[in-house]
Design a protein around this ligand. Sequence first.
Ligand code: SF4
Length: 410
Amino acid sequence: MSIQEKKTGWNRREFVKAVGLAGLAAASAQVSEVFAAPAATGEATGAVVPRRILGKTGVSVPILNLGGMFDTINNQIIIKQALKWGINYWDTAEAYGNGLSEEGFGKFLARNPGTRPNVFIVTKLVPSRGPNLTERLEKCLARLQTDYVDLFYIHSITGSSDMTPAFRDWGAEMKKRGKIKYFGFSTHTNMAECLAGAARWDWIDAIMFTYNFRVMADPKMVEAVNACAKAGIGLVAMKTMGGGPGMPKSEMPAEMEFAERFLQKGFTDKQARLRVVWENPQIATICSQMPNLTILSANVAAALNKTKLAREDFTIMQQYAQATKSGYCAGCGHICQAAVAGAVPVPEIMRCLMYYRDYGEPELARETFADLPKQVRQQMTVVDYSQAERACPQGLAIGRLVQEAASLLA
Ligand code: SF4
């Protein structure tokens, strides 16, 4: 039994049995117990969230970590309260608020001397945003008011070939200089292929990737996650809510049924989405955007709850995923981008629209959209998406959604 198994209670075989090739229908039949009182109300107790080991780094991390895509400068109370609940893993990036997210965490460190050794800080850089990674990392460190980050990601890769030997060597050099402790990448696109590639290398310490109830049962994803876990790569889930660029209105029957199902058990549906990811012991931690105390508190309550999901819970999640499939982009960009001859990074545009619609974050959506190459923004509305729509396994109305993104975000 691995350290992770000891800590979580589910071993890999049990999990694969639960969410494996037969979909999400073969989960543990353990019936949900009465929920701990705080769970549905979002009121967490004084307890701290459980911890797991982040792969071969051997570092113990909270199963819930603080995503930094919010105004960290003016919401220091969230960082403070998260720490009280044991969330000492902060995830930020140069791209979040153009450095303002990092600044907010740096402000907290400056105002709370002695905190730095007790927090695990992650930052990331998108290579295409600028030429000199080393200089940019130095600026990240200056904004964070620290000499090093615990984990650094090459941000938002779309294929394993993006992780070139040059990045490998740069990561090794930054480790040698004491600027970073661990090195890896993040990905929202072609996640299974990215993970499968990384599992063959010995220089990736951790990966943050889109992982939720909609994609976790995909056989290629199951295989890639297994390979990474076997290779000792620390796995960090993000985008765990499974929201998309064209999700239906919340009053649709499938949405109502989904929400009601979990409310009857004491979960909100959002808490259930976190719980299903935690059921996989291979996932060390979930990166969650928690821009206010209500969401933070609800997520902490979900992390503290020990109730296992039942077979029917997995089934209803799968049914809901199926019913709302056409509103969710699964990130399989190799399919639609091939259909438009690489002219438009469709999943990136879908992600911008998701930030706008599902996250309710228009500024973040516009910032991310503005990062797209100018040529892409100019030509995206004149491309013919009919072939991409026919190929899309989710059945997204790509052409219409791209037009909407252009008019909302340009
Ligand atoms: S093929 Fe469809 S689901 Fe896959 S990335 Fe493209 S738009 Fe998204």
